[in-house]
Design a protein around this ligand. Sequence first.
Ligand code: AGP
Length: 615
Amino acid sequence: MCGIIGYVGKKEAYEILIKGLERLEYRGYDSAGVALLSNNVISVYKKKGKVAELKNFIQKTPKGNIGIAHTRWATHGSPSDKNAHPQLSNSGNIAIVHNGIIENYLAIKEVLIKKGYKFKSDTDTEVLVNLIEDIRINGSKKLNLDEAVRLALQKVTGAYAILVLLKDEPDTVVIAKMGSPVVLGIGKEEFFIASDATPIIEYTNKVIYLEDEEMAIIKTNRESNKITIKTINNKIKNPNIHTIKTKIEELEKGGFKHFMLKEIFEQPHAIKDSILGRIKNGKVRMEEIGEYKNNLLNAKRIIILACGTSFHAGLESKYFFEEYSHIPVLVEYASEFRYRKPVIYKDDVVVAISQSGETADTLAAVKLAKEQGATIFSLCNVVGSSISRIAHVPIYTFAGPEIGVASTKAFTTQIAVLLLLCLFIASEKRLLSNKKIQNILTEFENIPQKIEQILLEDKSVKEIALKLYEMQNFIYLGRGYGFPLALEGALKLKEISYIHAEGYTAGEMKHGLLALVDKNMPVLFIANKGSSYEKVVSNIMEVKARNGIVISLITKGDARIKKIVDYVIEIPETSDVMLPFVASIPLQLLAYHIALLRGCEIDKPRNLAKSVTVE
Ligand code: AGP
């Protein structure tokens, strides 16, 4: 949700900032801008639209060794040139880029208006930059930029990651964070600042993650380079430098038309990487659990907190947990949970699932559960992300960076690791025999190969897409392990093709949904030969009796369903528990091909952003 980037060093900043914005564009893409500081002049260029439009707009490469830039996902004020960042203070002396929401901006704005400040945009960010200016110039002597920022932040509530420049301090960038993420990259005589590490890793793998209520003051001039980290209460902190392992090739499309397609095809590998080292001699090892093992084994209840696709992975894992670890599981939308008065016990284990590890709702829900004494496990794909840092037990998927806004490999790797977590509990509590666990693991280790087979059948999914891409609505139905898949399949279709789609449990269909079925309604059934097979076949018959168009995911060779439905997608035979791994792939491919045929922006669907760091 908005990408911010900054550079301080000896090189020309512009190219680095633009390249950084392109890498961060998946976080927001409705407008973009840069500000460069050179010879005590701040030059700002900003434009509604994507980074490419900003590049076209800037004819001549601007100069400067210090700069900040932003790619926006609108919260306050529609996408427009005036609402794009950087925002300038009234005097034009201070420039800011901001990711987050200043909740009390209206009250502050009123006070500033009374003092004579004028506002050109509808953003909360312009209020913040003017508050900084007001604090800086209103005392007996002008404050340094960092001090003015620090005092201003004490007056605001909400979330922010900000980078601030002042015309009169040509060697300084001030950075601060609350709620929204910021990473500082430490190069040789240069510094990079960004919302996440993706634009930094081609320059350095040494990073510092700023914590909430911390600020960094970076100064670089001919004589020295200096970074100071302190809290907004003025307490100096020692920076913790981390080394990141992501490789630059992982951030490229590698010959695929879209990141989403590349990420779908990466799944066999991503699953292998995520389970690597976690299965040994027919046993599950989860060393990261360490001293919290007893909290997990003695938990009376597991509460899963997540949003979007990660929520669907959590829902899928409820079936694993109940089947194998006999622990009751609540799966909660983080955005609802945090605003209720949830009952949390000290012996609850919370599992927060988040690809990015930065989703604001999940982060806030986890903080709430932690304050109330629960043990927090996190499952994230980004090492060092905010949710992992707050967890007692950070567990990771190793899917590699997921750039496409639509989550694909994050889902399959999340359920892979969650399955291992369940089996770990089952084995430690002796709920399953070693033999049974070994059998499950043997089937599980063959999953990447089965996914490869499905990917080879991409052509048949494409053909179905060609027949149905002009439809206005879709229904996805499944039972048991197929139900969260129906939700996930429908989510994929709506977010990238803008077709209205509903995911439902097939059993609920007759309680209302069936009224929607007619000859124009495609209904996709997850109808593998599993424990709900007969029931699903009956549901298919009910839809066919009402002339619905039926697409069925079937177990390879299932002649019975083939005869009664309009289209089939074959998947290899699996046990119930392995269904989500194989069945999610054609659902992702179907959404991809339909969106492609409809001419949609697949990697950056309208109105969405990869990492939702506002509530
Ligand atoms: C899925 O395709 C989405 N774009 C979205 O629902 C996503 O899963 C959700 O925003 C949660 O993100 P997270 O996993 O990074 O927390």
